[in-house]
Design a protein around this ligand. Sequence first.
Ligand code: PLP
Length: 391
Amino acid sequence: MNSSDIKKLDAQSVMQTYARFDAVIDHGEGATLYGPEGKEYIDFTSGIGVNCIGYGNKKWADAIYEQALKLQHISNLYYSEPYARLARTLTGRTGMRSVFFSNSGAEANEGMIKLARKYSYDKYGGGRSTVLTLVQSFHGRTVTTLAATGQDSFHKYFFPFTEGFEYIPANDAAALESAATDKVCAVMVELVQGEGGVLPLESRYVRDVEKLCRERDILMLVDEVQTGVGRTGALFAFMQYGINPDVVSFAKGIAGGLPMGGFMANEKCSGVLGAGDHATTFGGNPVSAAAAVEVLSQLTAELLGEVVKKGEYIRNAVAGWNLPGVGAVRGRGLMLGLPVSAAPKEIAAACVEKGLLILTAGADALRMLPPLNITYDEIDKGLAILRGVLA
Ligand code: PLP
């Protein structure tokens, strides 16, 4: 099928919940994508932070193929190797104690919230179920994670939302201190707010959150759905911030493009959810788990170091442009935001036309989440297109 046939077919039968850009993608190699007619696109999106080891990754594809031939699914009523190996790799590399696997980021966060409420209920009984989240946060699209999301624009149509969420301004320790009453069981944060605009939290504030949580036996939940799996230049961003959260959620990049999410708990929280408290049919699916084991084996210390260097490279290149209406790059590693005065969506659409896929974040920024193994040559090509469009 050619691009126009595919777009027509989509318009006929797909629920139109996505305002798609005018690009049909057929296949990819490295961080470069191709349309059905061969049009080339440099990818600064990774499918919204998912395809962390790029396209056409042979070892990753082999791991999937071999596992699919062996066993594609067996339910969580039985043991299987990829699930257990993946959990062990994650706990071994992060110092967390145990892992639950889900299928998406929103689901991972739902589970994390359930864990926090049960921890508090087991220890203190009812009435301590409030979760504090940050203004401008994003935690997912289910009814509960929309409620957790600290942006008014997400709180419409779908009433009633799950109760028990309060929003506090980011980087404001005094606001946290007064909101953390005896009704609160958890504080949930993204260390770099992604959808909200690529806004990193201040290190000092993050340490204050951790300290206050410890003092009041409130759980510190970190949503690493977007920041996790190497995106910021460490396996998880909490490791860069030097904190020890109670529970950390992840998704997006973990299986390199297959659906998977989950959350990891520390020693204190590892036994909170027992048999029957939480479950999902597909969670920890052997094929996704085998893919994730391969992803983690490719995210070596060397590659993570490169993520930091490439992030700096992009930051410096953009700073050298001195273009009017373009701010300084913010973010960490290869999770970068670029404030722009013109409409980000229109800039992104113009980039697509010229052969660059790029994201937006919040109302005023472009967002770059390229595959973590993007080459300097691909970065240069992408930046040249971006510069041309911004100029
Ligand atoms: N949390 C964060 C920080 C995210 O960035 C996202 C998605 O963008 C989610 C949760 C929701 O993840 P999913 O779309 O996999 O449900």
